[in-house]
Design a protein around this ligand. Structure first.
Ligand SMILES: CSCCC(=O)/C(O)=C/O
Ligand SMILES: [Fe+2]
Length: 182
């Protein structure tokens, strides 16, 4: 089951949980309202036939998909990739990930500059909106296998913070203002 918590400000080992003391958790609805991040539970053992995923793919027009395995053995240029994943950035498109195996942490910024840490495990599908500042790290198991979905030709390019002048950032902030009012 996915868990989400506010991170502490300790900058030691990124692979540790970094929960505040006492821990402060959010449920998925609160996460959505605070950030626009969406969450779905999928049957990772038979994702091809998972009704929820089939519906998502068709409704949202995901026309591209592939698989990424992040481990020292499988990911080319492992250390540089991990460094780039953990550098605060945004994308011009949604980041859609379905975890097939292993685990990791997606961190997203809320509107008050807090880092929210989303623990993802097998079967978790998250949609990180275009324009939100975020980052990714492996946890201490050092392994995750995930499917990546995209509308059209994939654009993986991260735009490191600051990217406040980008249109996708401005659009995201407008959407967020509406979400937090709802
Ligand atoms: C588990 S997918 C690897 C992380 C990634 O693809 C990304 O873009 C992080 O922001
Ligand atoms: Fe990203």
């Amino acid at each position: 089951m996915v868990q989400v918590w506010f991170m502490d400000s300790d900058e030691s080992d990124q692979r540790l949980q970094h929960k505040r003391q006492p821990a402060e958790y959010l449920d998925m609805q609160a996460l959505y309202k605070r950030t626009g991040v969406e969450y779905f539970k999928i049957n990772a053992d038979d994702y091809v036939n998972d009704k929820q995923l089939i519906e998502l793919r068709s409704k949202r027009g995901y026309s591209y998909e592939d698989e990424i395995t992040c481990s020292e053995q499988c990911l080319p240029d492992y250390l540089n990739k991990l460094k780039s994943f953990y550098t605060e950035h945004l994308h011009t498109d949604e980041e859609i990930r379905l975890v097939l195996d292993g685990s990791g942490y997606f961190d997203v910024r809320d509107g008050e500059e807090n880092w929210l840490r989303i623990e993802v495990i097998k079967g978790d599908l998250i949609i990180i909106p275009a324009g939100i500042y975020h980052r990714f790290t492996l946890d201490s198991n050092n392994y995750i296998k995930a499917r990546r979905y995209f509308i059209g030709e994939p654009v993986w390019m991260p735009h490191n913070r600051p990217a406040d002048k980008m249109d996708c950032r401005k659009a995201y902030l407008q959407d967020l203002a509406q979400l937090s009012k709802a």
